[in-house]
Design a binder for this molecule. Sequence first.
Ligand code: TXA
Ligand code: MG
Length: 309
Amino acid sequence: MARIVQPDAAGIAEAVDALRRGEVIGLPTETVYGLAADATNDTAVRRIFSVKGRPETHPLIVHVAEAIELANLTTEVTPLTRALTQTFWPGPLTVIVRANQKVSRAVTGGRDTVAVRCPAHPVAHAVIHALGCPVAAPSANRFGAVSPTTATHVVVDLGNDIDIVLDGGECEIGLESTIIDCTSDSLEVLRPGAVTVEQLHTLTATLSDSSEQRVSDGTASESRAPGMMQSHYAPRARLVLHEPGDHFDTDGAPVLDFSGDLSTAAHTLYARLRALDASHIALAHVIVPPPGGLGQAIRDRLTKAAAGG
Ligand code: TXA
Ligand code: MG
């Protein structure tokens, strides 16, 4: 069974040693916990897929300690990508860029593009910095299940298959990063997150050549965003969604209200969905937030959770 390790100097050193040996570990970030391996070690990367039960064609996010390391992974950092990373890194933003030859195709699922993120969590930063190379990490849940936002969630899901989970406390944001495809002149949001479409519009409006519409959050196709289209983020409980102010009969089923403070709603979302399953609840009513700002990402996850239960 995996041990929860405190992230003091000894704990960080133990985690880094495990990564150097090609093991996979539970790693806290500000979004959700990741299942991390040395991104330059193909055997270790393959272990991520087998532990998670994830198809090897679903690409992983490469996590770097410093924004400057993006240049080591891509053929070209475009001005638009640079503006994005300068504004939002370290933080909950993943950019999809063209991969150079140094990026293992085991990480990209055979693609010529790579997803890169520079997390803001001090423990993630300390580990990647000490390791001295990027780590590949998907969310540390079993494939198709709700993402983990505490070290205990990781142990519950994957405790039999990994040795160490570094304890970074509850993830501050609680939702996976915003993913943006930066491989063309416009930005396409493949997964909404805590970096919002409104913030992206504000940024692109300040850039000199922003004559055209440069941010799209159209429905991403399965080929553009592999693994994001299916019923993901799903608890076993069936969820019935309602807009704020809707009248409905609960029939005695619990009601989860996410229409209040959006940061709190995101921070508690996955723990509350996990709690439904822990108490063997078959059906729950969910009040979704309005779609603006962080509300878009919360609605996205709840819609997927409701489709899969
Ligand atoms: O907040 C997060 O992003 C967390 C933490 C651990 O950093 N990670 C995370 O990873 O959510 P994961 O694997 O659960 O989701 C990554 C998504 C996948 O749906 C994958 O399809 C997409 O990123 N992705 C990765 N590389 C891609 C690429 N080259 N092109 C398109 N989509 C890509
Ligand atoms: Mg995931």
